[in-house]
Every structure is written in C-alpha cells, then in structure tokens.
Design a protein around this ligand. Sequence first.
Ligand SMILES: [Zn+2]
Ligand SMILES: [Zn+2]
Length: 561
Amino acid sequence: MTDKTGGPLVYVALGGAGEIGMNCYLYGLGEVRDRRWIMVDLGIGFGDMETAPGVELILPDLEFILGEKGRLEAIFLTHGHEDHVGAIPHLWAGLKVPVYARAFTAEIVRRKMSEAGLDPKIVRQVGLGERVEAGDFSVEWLAVNHSIPEASMLAIRTPVGTVVHTGDFKMDAEPQLGEPFDMAVLEALGSEGVLAVTCDSTNVFVRGESKSESSIIANLRARIEAAPRAVAATTFASNVARLRTLAMAAHDAGRSIVVVGRAMRRMIEMAVATGQLTDFPPVVAEDRIADIAPENLFYLVTGSQGEGRAALARIAAGSHPAVKLTEGDTVLFSSKNIPGNEANIYRLYNRLSEQGVRVIDGEMDHIHVSGHARRGDLKRVYAALKPQVSLPMHGEHRHLVEHVRLARRWGVPEALLAPNGAVVRLDGNAPGVVEQVETGRVYLDGRVQIGALDGVVRERLKLARNGQVVVAVVVDMDGDLIADPEVRCLGAPKHGPGWKAALDEMIARAVDDALEGAAKKAKRTDAALEQLITRAARGVAVHHWGKKPVMTVLITRLEDD
Ligand SMILES: [Zn+2]
Ligand SMILES: [Zn+2]
C-alpha cells in the first residue's frame, strides 16, 4: 500500500485512548499542510469529588483540530451514549461541521442541540448500509449490539485502504432489540481488505465471550415472581433493550408497570418514535399507584449509579412525590457499577436496606449483562476482519496495553499503542506513531469552560482540604491599624484542645501583635503588609490547628487628613 491518491492516512485520538469516556477520534488524509480530517464521536467524561469537585462535565481539548482551520469535513457518530455524543452541544460552535448519525442517535443529539439553543438541523440522519462521502473518505454504518439502540461500527473507506472503527460493541445473537450480530458482514469486509481496526477495549480483561441479553430473562422473571411486595428495577435510561426485558418480565409476572424518572420516559418515547421499540408492555401513570396492590406493582426507575437527583435516590430518601418503598419491597440493580460511582451506589443500597427493602445487585446475581465485547469476541472480530493494523481504543492505558498484547498474539501484523495525542500513520510499509499533538481536558464548571490546568480546580481542592482564613484590616498610610482586624474562618473548627480563645480571635490578636511589633518599613506597601499578616495568621493556624488554610488578606488603607 503506497500513497497513490489521497495518502498518507493518519489516526489520532483526542480523547478515549487513555480513559473510558470523553471519546473523540480523528482520521486524516493527505500531506500535513492540506490534510483533510473527519472526526468520530465527541463525548464527555464526568467529574468526581476526588479530582475535580464541583465540575459538571469533562470535555476533550480540541485545540489541535481547531488549529487545522477549515479542514475538518464532518463528525460521524457511532451511538448515543454521553461518552460519545455529550460534548457536541458544548464544542460544536467551534467546529461548525455537519454531524451524521443513525435515527436514534440523531434524535438524542438534536434534542441536545435544541436545548443548547443551537440548530438541530446540523444533525443529518443516515441509514444502515448508507455511505456518506466526506472529502476522500466514505463512511458506512454497520449494526452492532451494545447497551443502547442503533449502536454502529463504521467502515471508513479511503483511497489507501479501509479502517473499521468498532465503536462500543458486543455480539449478541438474541439482543431483544435491534438486529442480531451478523458475523457475515465483518467477514465480507475482511475479504474486501481491511487496513486497520480501531477497537473497543473496555472488556479486554474479561475472558470468554459476552453473554446475551436473553440470558438474564429467566432469572429476572424468577426474582420478580418471588418478590413478596412491590419491585423496583433500575438500569441506565438509554439501555432500552434492558427496559424492555425488565418490563416484559414484570408484565409476564402479572404486574403493572410504572416508569419513574424523566430520562427513562424520554428514552422509551424516542425508541418508539424512531421505530426501534414496537412491543413495550402497557404502562400505568404515577397517579394510579394508590389503586394497585404493592404485590402487583413494578417500577422502572432512574438512578442506578446512585445519582443524588435521580428517582431512586429520592425514593430511598423518602422524598419522591409519587413512589414510596418500604419493608418487604425489592430493588433490582440491573446494571454495572461504573468505577468511581461505588461510594454513591453503596450509600443508596444502605439507605434502602435500612428501610427493610431487599437490594439485589446485578454484579452478584445474574440480572445484568455488559454491552461490551469480551476477549473471546475481540478475537473473533480480528479473525473475521483480518486487518493489517490494530488500534486499541475506549480504554484506560492498562486496557490498551493488554489489547495490543492480545492482538499481536492473535496474529495481527501491527498492533499499536496509540494513547491520546499519538498520531499514527496507517498506510505505507511501516505503520507507526509519527508525531505527538496536544491533547487534554477542559472542565465545564457551571456555564464556563476552564482548562484542567488553569488552577481553578487546584484552588478548590485546597479550599476543600484545608479551609480558608480571611483577614480584613483597615490601616493608615503607615500601615498601623485604625480598627481591630476582622477575621473569618471558613471550613475550620472554632475551638480546639487547650485553646485559650476561638481560632478567629487568636488570629485577630496575632495580626494585631504582628503589626504592632513590625518595623515601619515592613508595613509601607500593601504587598509587604499582606505578607506580614499572612505569616502571623497562618502561624496561629499551623500551631493550634495543625493545618495550613488558604489565606485571603483584604487591606483598606485610609489617607491621613
Ligand atoms: Zn456506549
Ligand atoms: Zn463508550
């Protein structure tokens, strides 16, 4: 494969190859100066209290592609999960290119665009097997199974070869919603010739082959039938196949189904509107609950990850307006505990447990199956596609390394570790990393996008760990106090062992003493004064409290009359 027309062909991840989340991948065709690009997916990651307190969302830093002015052709979406589409409403204005997706994904993104006050018409709907031309790229959508309707693999054809971008996928012969996995489609691509596969690494450590959605039906039904009173089940709102599986099991067990939580009602509505969901059992409205005996009730509720504002957390807290759970009721967690959410989830389990509610966990009991291919499935994908190059993605660094090792073992000629920012040349005799570009994270904090390295979050973490002391002084031109210093301590204890006074009083006295005893020269400028006050106040905190709070000094200097 030489660069006859269009080459070289390059790949680079701006997010997703080094974390599970924030997926954003680029493919470029042509010489560096006039290279044309396409983007696959543009998702978010979520902040956590540990590393980014208060941060709502994490977005990929698009500086690199923004620098390739006007040379991005379009964005192609594999499926509608937040880690693949969530950043579009926040970052699209900088890119202004068409977005292509299948119906269900397109509908999700259109709603997001409208809510953000942007034009939903930039999202263009494509069908299975349809090809979209963008520059010298031709992109085709192929159906795969996952945990959301219409998940797709992209076949990206270029003049120098075809790249198969798997997206998130699993293989399911009985998916309960959408088409069964069709290996023949991959085999056909394989015989057409595949240059590279950019492949999901989420479950690379899990041996064997993924289990079918159909494998949990009997167990779910048994659990629901055996429950003495009301049953509530939770899963991700976008896992429409699971919502259907759960609702069918409850319906067969003779229970009335109530859907609780806006996100879930919306997903069901969209799946019906786009023709995905045709046989969802009848549901009853929340205001009918009182008419139905608890042993005949089945709730589908949002909040499987312990999210504070979701329905299940509110039910557990007793603050949900319509749904109450009590002694003898059962909650089924038909979902995975996403790493980082465990603390919230276990808090929720305990809250429910304290009220006599039985909690059945999807990781202990077989009432959940993953939406990602296991090791055995990955092996079958490589065997069918027979690519020259394997590019592991959708994984933390350790997942990518393991995936590279396995791909080599399975006989893929080149398996490349390409973390975010590594530009890989795919065509030519020796595919490999040719360049490194800037990547990073942008935090969405309230309505403002801030760089992860801007220091805002670092400062917030310091405040969270050490508290803050504010000292305000009014001084004359010599720096002598005109009034007593004002001190406020935030996130600090007021009294401690052996303290003769409250912390703020001790600090005020120390500041007073320090200014009293200081030479005139040390008080003449505000900078010097601030240093003096900081040292005195922090000294008290370190000595008595044993911590170094964030210091804020406010100086008002009054002119002498
Ligand atoms: Zn996904
Ligand atoms: Zn994903």
